[in-house]
Design a protein around this ligand. Structure first.
Ligand code: F6R
Length: 605
């Protein structure tokens, strides 16, 4: 989290940095700041809250200069105050930072003992204090930055700007993403290529441990051992990196609406142009494995939980499922016949990346399902399967969830076929089911107005329950997560059969309870649980198909979904889960795209 930008420009850079930060605001919005060097003088502006506050400040207190760095913050050490906002400055140096300096307490003590005066509660300030001390000892900026980097433990992406240096930014990457943009006589730096999309399509992705000296003439890159090295310049598709709401009120609305097209494109990508089967990398070996390990965080974890049902049922593969932040600390038993799959929209989630690195030396294959193909998780896996969903900016993940599910379903089918668990006929039938997803998702999106009306009463709700069985259980959890994060309504999800083992005590008159229950093999059982809720005056909202609604009898609040094959139901039912949360949030007037306390890319553990 936190987004960083640097520009060595030929024009005033403050507006350019502001614009780039706007595209990084999804990474955090607790505060923002810019530092520039103008006529050799280092100066900065910082403001608490969203970028608009910094933008307003700059109107009254402009910040001239053609070289500068900028930051948008998700608070870790120290609350969202001006003093804690980046860029941090000590003496002749300013720094922006994404990540965490793990040894900052020891450094702070050492620096304080040496007479340093700290202005903030942040870990980042130790970096500038250290660099400033080295400068005062007579080191040149490059030397001082190198000496500083050698003292830091933790995960970070950093940019240093020095007083008196109009043509130099020093940057470093260890654990957090960072890329360099090449312009014509200008150089740029950003946490991701999206930030730089309006400036250039020529991008160099720094490798783990790299640091670089940027001047307007280019970048000198050094590897972790300090050896000068060359890193490729890649051309990015600027159009696909450009982000706007395309007429929608929110990014989340746009991204939900994009799902049919995204799912169609992903399916086309993996099923080959002739639509004959599944075109997945040959390197994937499902025959030689005895266990599958699925690891992710948040919404990605729920996608994995759905996939567990698929892999077990369709491929007869034992599956272990883990939340990434728990995985490596519980000493999992891993072996060469295991395949580990990591699911991540950003591909930069620190917990998932750490889990991947923990598993890699022990398991036979490391596979990732990611939205950002240049991300660390993609690059560090043996096989990376991009979901091709395009930039997802709304903090609540929507299209990445359904597109990840689609790719995971393809993997489960391929595993089932390769392992002889699915006949050719079953395999082809299920592939056809998967091809029908975009159409059904479009039909589900057409229910939006009904969902809008259905959720009006949620504006007053304090608590909401979501129930489901089978693959609808993780869907219930996804619904509860979405509702919590964007409407701030407390929501819980349970496997419907688990209700009677405790949570039923929560049911009271008018407690909203959403039940996801397509008419499948588990339908009758879920409906019995629904009756238990209704008998206790819970306010049931049943989400089912025509047959399910007809069988369920008299339920006051009902949402009719298209009748879909079992395999794809969790992908299609993701749409009402998203729309319920979206409209509840609109009714409550919360900030849908940038909910409080959250950030899109969680690069701290
Ligand atoms: C919820 C949400 C988060 C992410 C989680 C993992 O809507 O977006 O729960 O799913 O932070 O992020 P990625 O998928 O980028 O690893």
């Amino acid at each position: 989290m936190c987004g960083i930008v640097g520009i060595l420009g030929n024009h005033e850079v403050s507006p350019m940095i502001l614009d780039a930060l706007r595209r990084l605001e999804y990474r955090g919005y607790d505060s923002a700041g810019i530092a520039t060097v103008n006529d050799g003088v280092l100066d900065r502006r910082r403001a608490v809250g969203k970028l608009i506050n910094l933008s307003d400040l700059l109107v009254h207190e402009p910040l001239p200069g053609r070289s500068g760095i900028g930051h948008t913050r998700w608070a870790t050490h120290g609350g969202p105050t001006v003093a804690n906002a980046h860029p941090h400055r000590a003496g002749r140096v300013a720094v922006v930072h994404n990540g965490i300096i793990e040894n900052f307490r020891a450094l702070r003590e050492e620096l304080t003992a040496d007479g340093a005066q700290f202005d903030s509660e942040t870990d980042t300030e130790t970096i500038v204090q250290l660099t400033s001390q080295y400068l005062d000892q007579g080191m040149a900026p490059v030397q001082a930055a190198r000496a500083t980097l050698a003292r830091l433990d933790g995960a970070f992406a950093l940019a240093f700007l020095f007083e008196g240096e109009q043509d130099m930014i020093i940057c470093a990457r260890r654990g957090s993403p960072l890329c360099i943009g090449h312009g014509d006589g200008e150089m740029y730096l950003g946490s991701d290529a999206i930030a730089l999309a309006e400036l250039t399509d020529r991008i160099t992705y720094l490798e783990e441990g790299d640091w670089a000296i940027l001047t307007r003439a280019g970048a000198q890159v050094f590897d972790a051992e300090g050896q000068q090295t060359s890193r490729a310049v890649t051309r990015i598709n600027v159009e696909s990196a450009r982000v706007d709401k395309s007429g929608h009120k929110h990014f989340m609305a746009k991204e939900m609406a994009e799902q049919p097209a995204v799912l169609k494109a992903a399916m086309g990508y993996y099923s080959g142009l002739d639509h004959s089967g599944i075109d997945l990398p040959e390197a994937l070996d499902f025959k030689g494995i005895d266990r599958l390990i699925l690891v992710a965080c948040g919404t990605g974890f729920y996608a994995c939980q759905v996939a567990k049902y698929w892999f077990e049922k369709l491929a007869g593969l034992p599956v272990e499922l883990d939340i990434a932040s728990e995985f490596r600390y519980r000493e999992p038993v891993l072996g060469p016949q295991n395949m580990a799959i990591f699911v991540s929209q950003s591909g930069e989630t620190a917990d998932t990346l750490a889990a991947l690195r923990h598993a890699k030396p022990h398991v036979g294959q490391v596979v990732s399902v990611v939205n950002v193909p240049t991300s660390s998780i993609a690059r560090e896996s043996t096989v990376a399967l991009p979901i091709h969903a395009g930039p997802e900016i709304g903090v609540a993940s929507t299209k990445a969830f359904t597109a990840s599910l689609q790719v995971l379903a393809l993997l489960a089918l391929r595993a089932g076929h390769d392992r002889g668990h699915l006949s050719d006929e079953e395999f082809n039938r299920l592939i056809n089911d998967l091809r029908s997803v975009p159409g059904y998702v479009a039909q589900a999106l057409d229910r939006e107005e009904e969902i809008r009306r259905m959720t009006e009463s949620l504006a007053q709700a304090r608590d909401v329950l979501f129930l489901g069985r089978g693959t609808m259980y993780p869907l219930a959890m996804e619904g509860a997560l979405k509702l919590k994060e964007i409407s701030y309504i407390h929501a819980e999800a349970y496997a419907a059969g688990e209700l009677k083992h405790g949570p039923i005590a929560l049911i009271e008159q008018d407690l909203p309870v959403f039940i996801f229950a397509p008419f499948d093999a588990l339908f009758e059982k879920t409906i019995s649980n629904m009756q238990e809720v209704m008998a206790r005056q819970g306010k049931v909202f049943l989400v089912s198909d025509a047959k399910g609604l007809a069988e369920a009898g008299d339920v006051p609040h009902r949402l009719q979904m298209p009748t879909v094959p079992d395999l794809i139901a969790p992908i299609v039912y993701a749409v009402p889960a998203q729309l319920i949360a979206y409209h509840a949030a609109l009714h409550r007037g919360t900030d849908v795209d940038q909910p409080r306390n959250l950030a899109k890319s969680v690069t701290v553990e």
